[in-house]
Design a protein around this ligand. Structure first.
Ligand code: SF4
Length: 396
């Protein structure tokens, strides 16, 4: 669930509840909520009318059944088949508020982790693994829930979500790129379906036609991904690590490796790779399939080697790989940036494992100017992003 923020290069070549029929079925998916591998069983309630005073959910993600968005923009920092390259229209990103994983080093922490301090404690304590630590952690979580700061964003109804999609399309977006929506799959599936059907009373031609991308952490369940089978064209899952100690320590999810492998396998079954020629030239557009992103963590390149080995054995030819070196220390995650020596080692493993189809970021060590600030109408530098909608300001 990353958005790339520097140049990439090829290395070889309920709201729902108001629009959809069957609303009770959709609502019931949130109560009790077992949408993601945390399977909290939380009752995610929604206030009457789905408007402002939305009670927080009691699950790990802390979100209610109301879909909340942070911002939408035309983003030019993604891989070329997603943005169309220099002459393309860019990717139409929609940032969902909240997150079911909550990595301690998240660059989007303002919109993903209103409970970040608590989550960080929890991540460390789960990795410590003792019963006392777990009990202490549960107390801290419940205290945090009482006094939490919700991640930035505001609830949107299905129709507003559809309008945002259509606004991105009308401004030339090559696709709709939904970032970090794993905890809100039912609402997002309904919103995409509404955008594809067109706004009620709007012009018939005003329907979503571009591909829809699902940009997630891969901490997802196959049965939840099934809810996206009619609406999502391209999956962009992270493969953060296959080391349960690392995912326990930094993401509070020792089961991440098993869950992510299963989710990625499911995505590859759901969508095979397909590209289309761009009418005006430029890179072929990715219109179906899976692109797996891996962020290299400083000091943990051996864990990257394991991910690359797994990709070579299970995904080569069925998915693309996108390697990211943009790690920037935020919070108690690994410190420092990727060194040139570490990057060189990782690139050598691509050759060793015969991985030659995908994208690789230039190392960006020492620079932080690209880090997003979601308090701003345009959270990203202007050369990377054109704002279309913001949770506080509405349409730009
Ligand atoms: S989506 Fe949220 S409430 Fe539901 S199981 Fe996952 S973390 Fe828990």
């Amino acid at each position: 669930m990353c958005v790339l923020n520097s140049i990439t290069r090829a290395f070889v070549k309920s709201n729902i509840f108001f629009i959809l029929a069957g609303m009770t079925t959709v609502d019931s998916l949130y109560r009790p909520c077992r949408l993601c591998p945390r399977r909290c069983g939380a009752g995610r309630t929604i206030s009457p009318g789905g408007k402002s005073a939305v009670p927080a959910g009691s699950g790990y993600c802390g979100e209610s059944a109301a879909l909340r968005l942070a911002c939408a923009s035309i983003h030019r920092g993604e891989e070329p088949p997603l943005t169309g390259g220099a002459g393309g229209g860019g990717s139409g990103t929609i940032f969902v508020s909240g997150c079911n994983l909550g990595c301690v080093f998240c660059q989007n922490w303002q919109i993903s982790a209103g409970l970040s301090a608590n989550r960080q404690k929890r991540a460390w304590q789960i990795s410590a693994g003792s019963l006392i630590a777990r009990r202490k952690c549960a107390l801290q979580i419940s205290a945090g829930l009482a006094a939490r700061q919700m991640p930035a964003g505001r609830p949107v109804l299905t129709e507003e979500f559809a309008r945002i999609c259509l606004a991105l399309q009308s401004r030339g977006a090559e696709n709709i790129n939904i970032v970090t929506g794993s905890h809100a799959v039912p609402a997002l599936a309904a919103g995409i379906a509404a955008a594809r059907a067109g706004i009620s009373g709007g012009p018939a031609a005003d329907r979503l036609r571009v591909p829809v991308l699902w940009n997630s952490s891969a901490y997802e369940l196959p049965e939840t991904l099934d809810l996206l089978s009619d609406t999502v064209d391209v999956f962009l899952p992270d493969m953060k690590t296959l080391d349960g100690d690392i995912s326990g320590r930094y993401c509070g999810a020792p089961d991440y490796p098993a869950a992510a492998k299963e989710a990625v396998r499911k995505m590859m079954v759901m969508r095979s790779l397909r590209f289309e020629k761009a009418p005006g030239g430029g890179p072929d557009r990715m219109v179906s399939g899976v692109m797996i992103r891996h962020l290299v963590l400083p000091g943990h390149t051996e864990a990257t080697r394991t991910v690359l080995r797994w990709f070579a054995d299970h995904c080569a030819g069925r998915a693309l790989l996108s390697l990211m070196f943009q790690y920037t220390p935020l919070g108690p995650g690994p410190q420092g940036s990727i060194t040139r020596a570490e990057a060189g080692r990782v690139l050598g493993w691509l050759e060793e494992f015969g991985i030659d189809d995908g994208y690789c970021q230039e190392p960006v060590s020492g620079t932080t100017g690209w880090l997003p600030d979601f308090e701003k109408t345009n959270p990203f530098p202007s050369e990377l992003s054109v704002p279309v909608w913001h949770w506080r300001d509405g349409f730009a």
